[in-house]
Write a protein that binds this ligand. Structure first.
Ligand code: CP
Length: 308
């Protein structure tokens, strides 16, 4: 039963509960009109303490397409956060006005704190370099729809594996499906954190390899998940400049990839995927962004308890 629950960590829901959400997302994609009034009279609050295009807009579009309404802020400067209000007090107040809230925050753990003080479901829309569970729902729905499965996949994850919250959430979620192999492609400085390695990969006996070049592994991949080197997570500009162009996926590298490999990216991209790759039918990152809206419709509907 998902009604009334919060989603803070990708492991908060069982794989069966995730499947329930994906099945509903499939139905919404098939027949969106049937769900156009599912959340009539209900309100989603989007509390974004950090910039966003896809996550905020897709949450808002999702609620509007369910017939609900939205309130919120896209920057802490335009709320009483700028006067020093705590996350706990903000969510207690928002709970008086809205039926469900999505929160993005630069501090790891802030959405969990919010969920502890909230009387409405709270959805983590990304907390610092920690987790981004609704991006993971998006990523899983994309693989499920395009590859037709969530097991028996070799997944290359490339770029900023140290600070990339989408990467951490994806690895955690995929660790529960069978026969998954990860090829982790990054510069030494941006390798996957030890806690993910020990507590997720090693603990669950997931096969993985850390490599430094896309070209060395691309021919063995079912999925190549590209990520951006995130300027906002670096402590100094020099390190960012040195590492920002570590990987650029272009047509030349795509020629080495299997014909049925798909390229995913949570977006935004900076220059880690050349624009020429957008024309390749294996480039799936914009349809992935669209699936993000549908899966958020399904998630909101389930947490509000308005759809089976
Ligand atoms: N993928 C993602 O989280 O994008 P935004 O930062 O634009 O929301």
């Amino acid at each position: 039963m998902l009604k009334g629950r919060s989603l803070i960590d990708p492991m908060d829901f069982t794989t069966e509960e995730l499947e329930e959400i994906f099945v509903l997302a499939d139905k919404i994609i098939e027949n969106p009109k049937e769900y156009a009034h599912a959340a009539d009279g209900m309100i989603l609050a989007t509390l974004f303490y950090e910039p966003s295009t896809r996550t905020r807009f897709s949450f808002e579009a999702a609620m509007l397409r369910l017939g609900g309404q939205i309130i919120g802020f896209s920057s802490p400067d335009s709320s009483s956060v700028s006067k020093g209000e705590t996350v706990a007090d903000t969510i207690r107040t928002v709970s008086c006005y809205a039926d469900i809230a999505a929160m993005r925050h630069p501090k790891e753990g802030a959405p969990r704190i919010a969920s502890m003080y909230s009387s409405i479901p709270v959805i983590n829309a990304g907390d610092g370099g920690h987790q981004h569970p609704t991006q993971t729902l998006t990523d899983l729905l994309t693989m499920r729809k395009i590859k037709g499965k969530l097991s028996d996949l070799t997944i290359g994850i490339c770029g900023d594996l140290k600070f990339g919250r989408t990467v951490h959430s994806l690895i955690k979620a995929m660790s529960r499906y069978s026969n998954i192999k990860f090829l982790l492609i990054s510069p030494d400085e941006l390798r996957i954190p030890d806690y993910i390695k020990k507590e997720v990969l090693v603990k669950n006996n997931i096969e993985f390899e850390e490599v430094s070049k896309i070209e060395d592994v691309i021919e063995s991949l079912d999925v190549l998940y590209m990520t951006r080197v995130q300027r906002e997570r670096f402590f100094n500009e020099e390190d960012y400049i040195r590492l920002k162009d570590s990987y650029i996926l272009d047509d030349k590298k795509m020629k080495l990839a299997p014909k049925d490999m798909i390229v995913m990216h949570p977006l935004p991209r900076v220059n880690e995927i050349s624009y020429e790759v957008d024309e390749d039918e294996r480039a799936c990152y914009f349809i992935q962004a669209q699936y993000g809206m549908y899966v958020r419709m399904a998630l909101i509907a389930k947490l509000l308890g308005v759809c089976e």
